[in-house]
Design a protein around this ligand. Structure first.
Ligand code: FPP
Length: 248
């Protein structure tokens, strides 16, 4: 069944080049089962694995996963620590698989603010997978969209002050080159699981013309089939970028 969906995606063509995902609902998934929230995150890792593989199979070139936001520090300390440990474990347990799939991992966010062990784990998987050329995987960790814009403005103003950039030459493309996602195309499709209709400080600059797909499915239940359904839905959209209809 799932593979029929993949066939349909391929026949339609117009595969989204970049998909961004807000992986929400781990806590509610666990609560529904009377289990601690961390179990939801752990189950969510299986979805991470499956969605990465399925994205590669569909021909997606870039996948961005919102793993930990700047605001997530406000959660109970035990949950924050468990999430960090999960990330560290993930980088270790998945690195060979990711490399063999041709996935290049890049972390986006204020990585330097993380504890040494998490920071090292992230830098190490980036290094380990740097030759990957089938798909880019951006892991948003300690990420905030406003913070990203502020960091870009800081770096850009230093370059202006240092005479490297003339302020009159600043345009959207040049500014985009100062964002954490420099070099990547803007997302074509944003998927948010568990039904919430919010952007939650994610990729604020890059999402300007992105198609949004919200599903009620909780992240730990979101698997290969759900990803393919989201892509099929995207393929039916009429993207106008502010212009008139292309007649699709
Ligand atoms: C949102 O669910 C999920 C998170 C804050 C963390 C996402 C992390 C993972 C799926 C595992 C680690 C990821 C990688 C890439 C290694 P929530 O806790 O906000 O759920 P709720 O809204 O139901 O409470």
């Amino acid at each position: 069944m799932t593979e029929v969906l993949l066939e349909e995606i391929r026949e339609n063509g117009d595969i989204p080049v970049h998909i961004a995902v807000i992986m929400d609902g781990n806590g509610r998934w666990a609560k529904q089962r009377g289990k601690p929230r961390i179990l939801g995150h752990r189950e969510g890792m299986k979805s991470v694995r499956e969605v990465i593989e399925a994205s590669g199979d569909a021909g997606v070139k870039c996948l961005t996963l919102y793993a930990f936001s700047s605001e997530n520090w406000n959660r109970p300390r035990a949950e924050v620590m468990a999430l960090m440990k999960l990330l560290e474990r993930y980088t270790e347990s998945e690195k060979d698989e990711l490399r063999s799939q041709g996935v290049r991992v890049r972390a986006i966010g204020r990585i330097d603010e993380l504890e040494t062990s998490a920071r090292r784990a992230i830098r190490s998987i980036e290094e380990y997978t740097r030759e990957g050329n089938r798909m880019d995987l951006f892991l948003a960790i300690n990420y905030g969209g406003r913070q990203e814009i502020v960091d870009a403005v800081r770096a850009l103003s230093e370059d202006v002050a240092g005479g490297k950039v003339v302020s009159g030459s600043i345009d959207e493309a040049l500014f985009g080159g100062y964002l954490y996602t420099a070099g990547a195309p803007d997302p074509d499709l944003l998927i948010r699981t568990s039904g919430e209709m919010r952007i939650s400080n994610f990729l604020l600059f890059q999402l300007a013309y992105t198609e949004i797909y919200v599903t009620d499915v909780f992240w730990p239940d979101f698997r290969r089939e759900h990803l393919f359904r989201a892509i099929l839905d995207y393929q039916k959209r009429d993207r106008r970028f502010g212009k008139v209809s292309s007649g699709k």
